[in-house]
Design a protein around this ligand. Structure first.
Ligand SMILES: *Cc1c(COP(=O)(O)O)cnc(C)c1O
Length: 395
């Protein structure tokens, strides 16, 4: 039997893995004085990300939310425009839409993969909108619809093909929020490089981290140049302080980029670890009544950033929140999904297409510990805790 101290050792949901050249590269910034927003590591990190997304241009930013805000601006989204966005996601992309003065239209999740439902999105564009004076407008609000912002949540890609077709047909820009899905692929193409612009985040809980940071990637040179301009306070002259636009201080520092390079060097190792974690959970929990495992679409490769299951209280014997509390009592940290955005007070009054699926997922989903460094024993402890809790509640 294991020692009590081991039994109760805390297992966090998802923490960074720092076991590469982080110390070495960050130290070299400190040793040379290249600590701020200019430096070779920023350029290198941008090249790495561009390559990972399969696109020629990448602009580093201070965080993923800043990348999203900048993406909306360079895509030409204007005040009072509307942007279709996933209704079940972390709130950042919806906030970024508001920073641009535009309005989110929340598209419900699909019940299988939990991503923006392309059927709902196209139904809205086909039936909920109309052409007026050469512009596509939401019939209900009268606002111009300008862009689609699919969010690849939890590591799994959104079904992009129907969205790209609709964007083509209606003249919309597609901005991918790939912040949770670096390393995932759709039809063999890396996410982030499929739409007009893609955004990444290197926050502490993401697959790779710089402490905080983000990146905008694109094939469009003019958009990349505009993004670089806006994220560096829109400076029009390298020497004189002359500005023709209101810019932002959205730059990433060389210190952060140094860490980013050390992290992205381990991307494949991290992805394999996430995949192995997903496989072990699926094998360990697949037969537990009342637990639905996450699935991977046939034409997709998930990055398995988060491993999330659905709990049917009738068959499992407890609700997802009861299970969360019992696991917390055993030192195991888990987390529900985000409040669906059509219910968020922060975005009251925004237009929504559906929301019932997001509501159901919000009620039943629970994300399990999935740090890259999670070892087999820790994972087996999570699995046996869940199995035991099911047995106890069915006894
Ligand atoms: C993490 C995250 C972001 C933005 O991240 P930052 O913390 O601003 O770097 C944006 N969208 C989603 C879906 C996220 O999970």
């Amino acid at each position: 039997m294991a020692a009590p101290a081991e039994v109760n050792q805390f297992i966090p949901l998802c923490v960074p893995e720092i076991r590469g050249r982080e110390w070495e590269l960050v130290k070299s910034c400190l040793d040379t004085g290249w600590v701020s927003s200019v430096g070779e590591y920023v350029d290198d990190f941008e090249r790495h990300l561009g390559r990972a997304a399969g696109v020629p241009y990448a602009v580093a930013t201070s965080c993923g939310t800043a990348a999203l805000h900048t993406a909306l601006l360079v895509a030409g989204v204007q005040r009072e425009d509307e942007v279709l966005v996933s209704g079940l996601t972390f709130i950042a992309p919806a906030n970024a839409i508001r920073y641009a003065g535009a309005w989110p239209v929340f598209i419900d999740a699909d019940p299988l993969y939990w991503q923006m439902d392309p059927q709902r999105a196209t139904d809205f564009l086909e039936r909920g909108c109309q052409w007026s004076r050469g512009e596509l407008r939401n019939r209900a609000t009268g606002r111009r619809v300008r862009a689609i912002l699919p969010v690849h949540i939890l590591g799994h890609p959104v079904d992009m093909k129907p969205l790209l077709d609709a964007a083509d047909k209606f003249g919309l820009v597609v901005i991918e929020d790939a912040t949770e899905s670096l390393g995932a692929a759709y039809d063999g193409r890396p996410v982030g490089g499929i739409g007009t612009i893609g955004c990444f985040s290197f926050n502490g809980n993401k697959l790779i981290t710089t402490g905080g940071g983000g990146m905008l990637v694109t094939r469009e040179e003019t958009m990349a140049l505009r993004a670089r301009y806006l994220t560096t306070q829109a400076k029009d002259d390298p020497i004189e302080y002359v500005h023709q636009s209101v810019g932002y201080n959205y730059r990433l520092t060389n210190l952060q980029a140094a860490m980013g390079i050390a992290q992205i060097e381990q991307l494949q190792v991290f992805l394999s670890a996430k995949h192995a974690i997903a496989d072990r959970y699926s094998a360990g929990l697949g037969s537990v009544p009342g637990i639905t495992l996450p699935s991977e679409a046939r034409n997709c490769r998930s990055a398995w950033w988060m491993y999330t299951v659905l709990i049917d209280p009738g068959r499992f014997g407890q609700t997802s929140r009861q299970l969360l509390r019992r696991l917390a009592d055993s030192g195991i940290q888990t987390r529900p999904l985000w409040q669906p955005l059509h219910r968020s007070a922060a975005h009251k009054g925004a237009f929504a297409c559906g929301g019932e699926v997001a509501d159901r997922l919000h009620e039943t989903a629970l994300s399990l510990p999935c740090s890259v460094g999670l070892n087999g024993e820790q994972q087996d402890r999570v699995i046996s805790c869940i199995r035991n809790l099911h047995l106890r509640s069915s006894a």
